[in-house]
Design a protein around this ligand. Sequence first.
Ligand code: FEO
Length: 396
Amino acid sequence: MHCTRKIDDDIIYVGADNRRLKLFEAVYPVPRGVSYNSYLILDEKTALIDTADRAVTDVFIENIEHTLEGRDLDYLIVQHMEPDHSATLIDVLLRHPECTVVCNKMTFDMIRAFKGMEVKALTVKEGDKLELGKHAITFISAPMVHWPEVMVSYESLTGTLFSADAFGSFGALNGALFADEVDFDRDHLDEARRYYCNIVGKYGMQVEKLLGKVNTLDIKRICPLHGFVWREKIDYYVNKYMLWSGYKPEKQGVVIAYASVYGNTENVANILACRLRERGIECVMHDVSVSWHSSIIADCFKYSHLVFASMTYNGGVFVNMENLLHDLAAHALKGRKIALIESGSWAISAAKGMREILSPLKDTEFISDDITFKSSPTEGIGEAIDALADRVAETM
Ligand code: FEO
């Protein structure tokens, strides 16, 4: 049976939750599920904004047909061709051969490449307007937020920004369509940050460009392709996006991420955490063999200072730390203050390897000499840890 929610009398949410997906994009754990959002506008003409993932085909199609109540589907606006939003495009078009796909040229080519067929299409570009009756939609290109073909759509009657992947979040909606129906800051901000940093975090400049374009619009509502619809406190979320896209830390504090096989490097990490807390400095700790790397990356975006501690392994950096740091570099984080701790029983070289991986990060400062210890920490290391804690305090 259909499962829809009204955004207003003419705009209906027809997307669906998936709580069985283990890994989003085959890499990010989503234990709280994910929503695939799609919106249907009912006017003199009808328009569906994006489709949904294959996993929710049945209820998604039921939602559309129930909402249309036998009407034609005049337009399918394709903002983003990633398959979590386009897998069911053909299912919709087979049921609605009358439908015209509205998309830009790059999307048109992607439809041919992904689906192996031509569709009846109206190609649009930045600034073009689609009249539906009372509602009119203006298209705004948003390349690399998160693929190159992405565009967002602004509906002027209601001030609704259909924002594609921007302003999305991990997590199923569980019936709460609007962000103001939950305690977003307490219960959902961390997952929204993890979504942003890992999905579009690399493309901060492109996100800033999009924010610049949409800042000129009178936005009363934001409808993303994942997560909640925003109709209150929009500035709160836009401000988060301004920080994240500018790689500005939300908090002064330290992420300590450590790799430790037998507990010695972990011991040093714990001592450092104590020394930082004694100085009133907030810190979070991650064992890189236990924490999701997507969570560590999100914390690296959140906090100002990063300490990476690794033992030497196969003549280099421990594999889980190496993977994390490569992932962090791939997400182009910048503007952080970093310190390194290394260990090993012979040929200690982890810090050199970590520094090499992190060296492409822009506006990044290594704030202290690397701390090195052999096999297990001894009393002498306390002084070095104290000095590092002091250095962190000085640089906040
Ligand atoms: Fe949710 Fe870039 O797709």
